[in-house]
Design a protein around this ligand. Structure first.
Ligand code: ADP
Length: 723
């Protein structure tokens, strides 16, 4: 038979027996009196309601509930005798003792457990909200817990069922292999692991992490669960690669850009006497060809440097002592190299020299200087006139000695001038021409240049574009071709006059064959007649023949005279003088006075100028024109002649006007041709040379002659003389 009494009294768990009707405590075991602090008698004088700290109404409700239900458990707070409050788990059950129904309450003190749970919850909250990704998996490697940041980073919803995920779901291939290895190792050793690893979100984004993991086993040494904590280190990774890159960069800078030498100055009695290499970079070794210098003195590394290049040490010492950085270029006699040196002092007695070997550059510079000196010499001493002209402004930048001699200005004057001060072209035109040269469309030009004394010279210019001091310039070589141009003109003139002479010669040939032959034939004919008739020739006939012969000879004489006149013209060309044309005509009138009277002619002289001309030729010219005007008129007509003058810009223009027979329009041009006559001898005597003589005289004076006429009314002959 179940011994309730013994079970009740000896039970290590606190137990109370309570009257089901009114809640009175009927009995309490030893554990209960130990727990509550009251002895059994004291407890048995209390009601269960006295121990609970719930409000009365709730106590009654609870008691009613307990009476109805079986096998429930209630978590309650109780007050002990010492007034302390405990949390308890109450397991009530109804028991029948001595025919009355009692409540047997088993009371478990869970105060400590509750406190522990609270503490655990606090930690859990921390874990849940940690920035680290925290996950727990069971021994089947199924996920059982993921904290908030894990879910967030890996894309898992709060309400999503996580137990479906295998742990491998959250790793890249490499990451999964590594985790597996770590896990197996941890199972063997029981040690947690720490490593860098690669995780993967559900979307497939790789997250580099720093991961710690632990495998927890149960009492039977079976795997209970695995927990991992991972920190996202992608930011750190980026910084790390950047750091690595920049480290590499600086390293390469240090090694390749310049040679660096970090040195310590060595003093003796306060005087810098040597220095010691502390550290140098690769570039220093490469550039200088020095090896294994660290820890050695420069006097040991570069023998003779103290004697041959002591100024170098002085310069370094200066930087060390003043703290002021220095940059200099120096030739090292001891090493036979040029170096560019930057020196700074990082701290006392030390300096860093950054060295660049510039021997090649220096040699190149020297060559350029030599070369430009040679060109300068060439430029200076060249016999050709040379100018350097700035393209933008046209200013003269440089001139050589020949230019100074040619233009007649000092060098200082010339290099203050503009090319427009020398070239007679307009500014705009000069600009355009220079552009042709700059774009290398043309490099040869002909100009007139003005010298200091005002003289104009014909020049031939060769221009080559070049860059001088970063500005566009024209290098021009100038040749004085004035003489050549003059000679060319002369040649041209000679050619023209030769052509003319040729034409004249042809005319002579013509006259020789026709006009001169004609009177000769006449003479010949009559001589023949006289000869053949001899004695039978009557005196009358002979006189008549002789008269004909006389006429022919006279005609020939005047032909020859006129031709002589004509051929003389060219020869008197240079004898120019001031001729008062008015006087000239008055004297001509007196020479012609007989003819004037015979023809009852009146000659009106308008005001006439004094001009520069060949007087003899001008006289001949007017004689011919006035002669013709007096000759070619209708019989019995009173001749009226006018001589007038008009001045134009470049010419003196004269006219001789008559009221004679005039010239048909179609003949106006022909009258100036040699031997051309419009009338037979019987009508008007003449040789046909007069007007061509006039033409020749006018042309000798660089003028022109022409005629305007109305047949039957009169003619006006115009001619010009160049001023
Ligand atoms: P010439 O008078 O000896 O015939 P010129 O050369 O002087 O030779 O004249 C050429 C021709 O021009 C003359 O034959 C004449 O027909 C014509 N002529 C010259 N002057 C006049 C004039 N004033 N009026 C009309 N005809 C003229």
């Amino acid at each position: 038979m179940f011994d309730f009494e013994n079970y009740f009294d000896a039970n290590p768990t606190a137990m109370l027996l309570i009257d089901e009707q009114n809640g009175k405590i009927v009995n309490a075991n030893k554990s209960a009196s130990d727990f509550y602090g009251y002895n059994t008698a004291e407890l048995c004088s209390l009601n269960i309601f006295d121990l609970s700290i719930l409000p009365l109404e709730e106590k009654i409700n609870l008691f009613d509930e307990v009476r109805k239900k079986k096998n429930a458990s209630y978590k309650l707070q109780l007050q002990l005798k010492d007034k302390s409050i405990k949390t308890v788990n109450v397991l009530p059950s109804l028991v029948k003792i001595d025919n009355s129904v009692m409540i047997l309450a088993i009371i478990q003190d869970i105060t400590n457990e509750i406190e522990n749970l609270k503490e655990l919850n606090k930690y859990f909250k921390i874990i849940d909200e940690s920035v680290a990704y925290i996950g727990i998996a069971n021994k089947e490697r199924k996920v059982t817990y993921l904290n908030k940041s894990f879910r967030k980073a890996f894309g898992i919803n709060v309400h999503e069922e996580i137990s479906k995920f295998e742990t491998s779901k959250f790793y890249s291939n490499d990451g999964a292999i590594q985790t597996r290895k770590n896990f197996e190792n941890a199972v063997l050793t029981g040690e947690p692991w720490l490593c860098e690893n690669e995780m993967k979100t559900l979307e497939g984004t790789i997250i580099p992490v720093f991961q710690s993991g632990i495998v927890v086993k149960d009492q039977n040494n079976e795997i209970d669960f695995t927990s991992i904590t991972a920190l996202n280190i992608s930011q750190i990774k980026v910084v790390e690669t950047e750091l690595k890159e920049s480290e590499k960069f600086y390293k390469s800078l240090f090694n390749h850009l310049n040679g660096f030498a970090y040195c310590k100055m060595i003093y003796n009695n306060g005087k810098a006497i040597d220095f010691e290499y502390v550290k140098v970079n690769k570039a220093y070794e490469e550039q200088t060809g020095l090896k294994n210098v660290c820890g050695k003195r420069v006097s040991e590394v570069i023998p003779g440097i103290l004697e041959k290049d002591f100024s170098l040490i002085k310069k370094y010492a200066d930087v060390v002592e003043t703290g002021i950085p220095r940059v200099f270029e120096v030739y090292l006699n001891s090493m036979k190299i040029w170096v560019n040196v930057h020196v700074i002092t990082p701290h006392a007695n030390h300096f860093i020299a950054s060295i660049e070997v510039i021997t090649e550059r220096k040699e190149r510079e020297k060559k350029i200087v030599d070369l430009s000196n040679r060109y300068k010499q060439l430029f200076e001493s060249h016999s050709s006139v040379m100018l350097l002209i700035d393209v933008d402004s046209g200013n003269i930048l440089d001139v050589n000695t020949s230019a100074v001699n040619f233009y007649g200005y000092d060098k200082e004057q010339l290099i203050k001038m503009n090319i427009a001060d020398i070239n007679t072209l307009k500014n705009e035109a000069i600009k355009q021409e220079m552009e042709l040269a700059v774009f290398e469309k043309r490099n040869y030009f002909l100009y007139k240049h003005k010298l200091a004394n005002g003289e104009l010279r014909d020049v031939e210019v060769h221009s080559i574009p070049m860059i001088i001091n970063e500005k566009e310039a024209l290098f021009t070589v100038i040749h004085d071709i004035t003489e050549r141009v003059k000679n060319e003109q002369l040649v041209n003139e000679y050619t023209v006059s030769l052509k003319k002479m040729n034409e004249d010669l042809e005319s002579f040939a013509y006259v020789a064959s026709h006009d001169l032959k004609a009177p000769l034939n006449v003479v010949n004919g009559f001589l023949g007649l006289i000869n053949s008739k001899k004695n039978s020739l009557s005196n009358e006939s002979r006189d008549e023949y002789l008269r004909y012969m006389q006429d022919a000879v006279n005609q020939m004489k005047s032909l020859i005279n006129d031709l002589l006149q004509f051929s003389k013209i060219g020869l008197n060309k240079d004898s120019l003088e001031m001729v008062d044309v008015n006087h000239l005509l008055i004297s001509i009138q007196s020479i012609l006075s007989e003819t004037i009277q015979q023809n009852k002619a009146t000659i009106t002289l308008h005001p006439l100028p004094t001009i520069l001309a060949n007087k003899t030729l001008l006289n001949e010219l007017f004689m011919n024109l006035l002669g013709n005007a007096l000759k070619y008129h209708k019989a019995e007509q009173e001749v009226v002649i006018e001589v007038g003058y008009e001045e134009t810009a470049d010419f003196h223009q004269f006219f001789v006007k008559d009221n004679g027979i005039g010239i048909a329009t179609e003949n106006l041009g022909k009258v100036f041709i040699m031997f051309k006559r419009l009338h037979p001898q019987s009508e008007f005597e003449g040789t046909g040379i007069g007007l061509s003589l006039c033409k020749r005289i006018v042309e000798t004076h660089n003028g022109k002659i022409w005629v305007e006429s109305v047949l039957g009314e009169g003619s006006t002959f115009y001619f010009t003389i160049k001023k």
